[in-house]
Ligand binder design. Sequence first.
Ligand SMILES: [Zn+2]
Ligand SMILES: [Zn+2]
Length: 132
Amino acid sequence: MANCLNHPDREAVIHCAACGKPVCSGCVVQASYCSDICAERGKAAAARACGVIDERRRTRKSALPKRIALVIILLAIAGTLYWYYSNNKKQIDRKARSIVNSVDRKNRDAIRSNQYRAPDSKFKRDRENLVR
Ligand SMILES: [Zn+2]
Ligand SMILES: [Zn+2]
């Protein structure tokens, strides 16, 4: 440890917590500072740090209810959909089946019409001409 900045003949016992100056036991202010100015500065910085931590804790706390609310809303939506489905199961199933059937029919029609039209397509005629 270096010697006290104010008393070069005395050994310093601490480095000021605010400015880092080495000071002897006779110069120490409030256990860890070299002067009242540094003590004030150090305490202000500590208070700011505490304030920042408090702020973070507050925002984290306020974010939690929002997340819970979101989960509740999603559950409510899912529950409503399930309730709606279980109450209209037959109608919905019939509707779904009719959609599937109509899609199937369209697909079959499309395949049939493609097969039907295929021999007439210019591409296929050209290819057959090339093969011959
Ligand atoms: Zn200091
Ligand atoms: Zn001193």
